[in-house]
Every structure is written in C-alpha cells, then in structure tokens.
Design a protein around this ligand. Structure first.
Ligand SMILES: NC(=O)c1ccc[n+]([C@@H]2O[C@H](COP(=O)([O-])OP(=O)(O)OC[C@H]3O[C@@H](n4cnc5c(N)ncnc54)[C@H](O)[C@@H]3O)[C@@H](O)[C@H]2O)c1
Length: 272
C-alpha cells in the first residue's frame, strides 16, 4: 500500500504560472505532495525557478519528468500540452492542463483519457461560475456567448490579425476583431483564448459564440459571459487583475489552479 506516500508532482513550463504553482505546492501542499521535478524548453527558466524553492526539485527533460511523477502540471503552451497529453495518457498519468486550447484542437484526446481511466483536470481560470455552467450542461442551454475585450497590446502580434490586415496600433475606439466558434478562436488566437476553451469544456455546449474586441480604453482583459438556458439566465463579468506574485499573468489563472490542487489533495490518495 502506498497510502502514506507523498504524491510526486512535476511542472512543465516554468514561467509566470509555473512559478506561482511551484511555490504554492512546495509551501501549502508539502504534507501530501512533493514537488519532484521541473521542466522547460528553456532549461534556464527551470534552473532559475528551482533556486527559489527550498526543497530543490530536479530539473528534467519533459519525457523523464512524465515518467518520474504521479501528477503532471502543464503550464507551457498548446504545443507542449499536445505532446504531454499524448505521452502521459498511455502511461496512465493524470495531467492538469493550463493551455486548454490543446483539448479543443483534439477533443478525441478526452475520449482516450476516459477509456484509459486517466483524469485530465482544467482549472476554472477566469470562469467564475464553472459549477453553474456544469449544472446547466445537464439541463437546456440555448445560447452561450463569450465577449472578451482586451487592450490592443494584448492582441497585437496574433497571426490572424496580420492575415486579416487588422492594425490595432493607433486604435481610438473599440473594434471587434473576431466573431466565431471556440475552435476557430483557438486556432486564430492560440495564446489568448483559454477562457473560450474552458467555457466549452465546462458547459459541453458545442455552439459557444466567441467575440473578441480590442478596446483602447482598457488596461486589463474583461470577459463577459452570457448564458441563456431553459432553467436560468446568467451573466458573468470578470476583469482580470495581474497576479501579485507575477504581474505577467492573471491572478485568477494561478489562484484557480492552486484551488484545484487544494481540492484534489483533500481526497487524492495514491495507491488506494
Ligand atoms: N487556463 C487559464 O486560465 C490560463 C490563463 C493564463 C494563461 N494560460 C496558459 O498557460 C500557459 C503558461 O502561461 P504563462 O503565463 O505561465 O506563460 P509564460 O510565457 O510566463 O511561461 C511559459 C513557460 O513555458 C515554457 N515553454 C513554452 N513552450 C514550451 C514547450 N513546448 N516545452 C516546454 N516548455 C515550454 C517557456 O519557456 C516558459 O518558461 C500558456 O499556454 C497560457 O496560454 C492559461
């Protein structure tokens, strides 16, 4: 029996979110887990993060990390998430996915995970009310619209804007830059649209509409979610604040993953 063994956790992606999670796990979950290993395509990032953690996790390549841990956290990129899921599921390793677009690009990966009995976890991120959405997925959702408004600099550089010749540099008023499905939003704005992907997964509603706006008056991202169902009408508006720990990322992305980890380890026992 491995009942009392600590769960070994590995983090892939040692940037803003990876750091917030590593520090939390090492401090708050040390009774039940050990932060065993870190990996990053840029080994310097993993080495720099290791220095900030008292217990000194190993710095591994991705494959070695997957083999060596009980729970993998992906906080890197959609490309990394694709790779990790393909490697981890056949080995029966549970994964927490931050780059949620990877799941939308390839929904069959969830079927593979289910068939293999492997849990894939997605933090609620900016979707406060993910529970309510899950409840409504059992009822009758009629429409679900996500309107994401961002300061233009949060969108500049997306290939889609270049392709459509949309120039946001001198924008004076709000401009809608995208309207479409979650699948297309993930394709066109892979770095920007975790919220849309999480929304689709939480609601199981295939026809989520995504609207992306550039708004020069904004300093922060604002997500408005409108759900119309037979049972309820819900409006959610979230203005993302930068993380106190690392201003490069949103506080909610880190906090919601910490919360997910805390919930997991109040009942997660290995080998029982
Ligand atoms: N689900 C959510 O709520 C949510 C919110 C914000 C960001 N995200 C996503 O989480 C991921 C991490 O975000 P972040 O703010 O920490 O980014 P970041 O740029 O600060 O850090 C990413 C780190 O991952 C590493 N990396 C990138 N590609 C890699 C690969 N293929 N293999 C190994 N390492 C790789 C980079 O070198 C970097 O150190 C991004 O994909 C981002 O879109 C999710």
């Amino acid at each position: 029996m491995l009942k009392n063994k600590k769960v070994k956790i590995g983090i892939i992606g040692c940037g803003a979110i990876g750091e917030g999670l590593a520090l939390f796990i090492a401090k708050e979950l040390k009774e039940k887990t050990s932060l065993y290993a870190l990996a990053d395509m840029n080994p310097e990032a993993a080495i720099a993060l290791r220095k900030k953690i008292a217990i000194k996790p190993r710095v591994y390549r991705i494959d070695k990390l997957i083999d060596g841990v009980d729970l993998i956290i992906e906080a890197a990129s959609v490309k990394a998430a694709d790779y990790i899921l393909k490697k981890a599921i056949p080995k029966g390793k549970p994964v927490i996915i931050l780059s949620v677009g990877a799941l939308i690009k390839n929904l069959s990966i969830l079927t593979q995970a289910r068939n293999k009995g492997v849990n894939i976890y997605v933090p609620s991120g900016a979707i406060c009310g993910a529970d309510g959405l899950g409840a409504l997925s059992l009822g009758g959702i009629k429409s679900l619209t996500l309107t994401t408004s961002k300061p233009p600099k949060g969108l500049v550089g997306a290939d889609y804007l270049k392709k459509k010749r949309i120039n946001l540099n001198k924008l004076k008023t709000t401009q809608t830059v995208f309207k479409g499905s979650v699948k297309d939003a993930v394709k066109c704005f892979p770095k920007n649209i975790n919220v849309a992907a999480t929304l689709l997964l939480a609601s199981s509603f295939k026809k989520v509409k995504v609207i992306i706006k550039a708004d020069p008056r904004l300093k922060r991202n604002v997500h408005s979610i409108r759900i119309e169902a037979k049972e309820a009408k819900i409006n959610i508006e979230v203005e993302n604040m930068p993380s106190r720990l690392n201003p490069k990322t949103s506080a909610l992305a880190i906090l919601s993953t910490q919360y997910l980890l805390r919930k997991l380890f109040s009942s997660f026992k290995i080998g029982s």
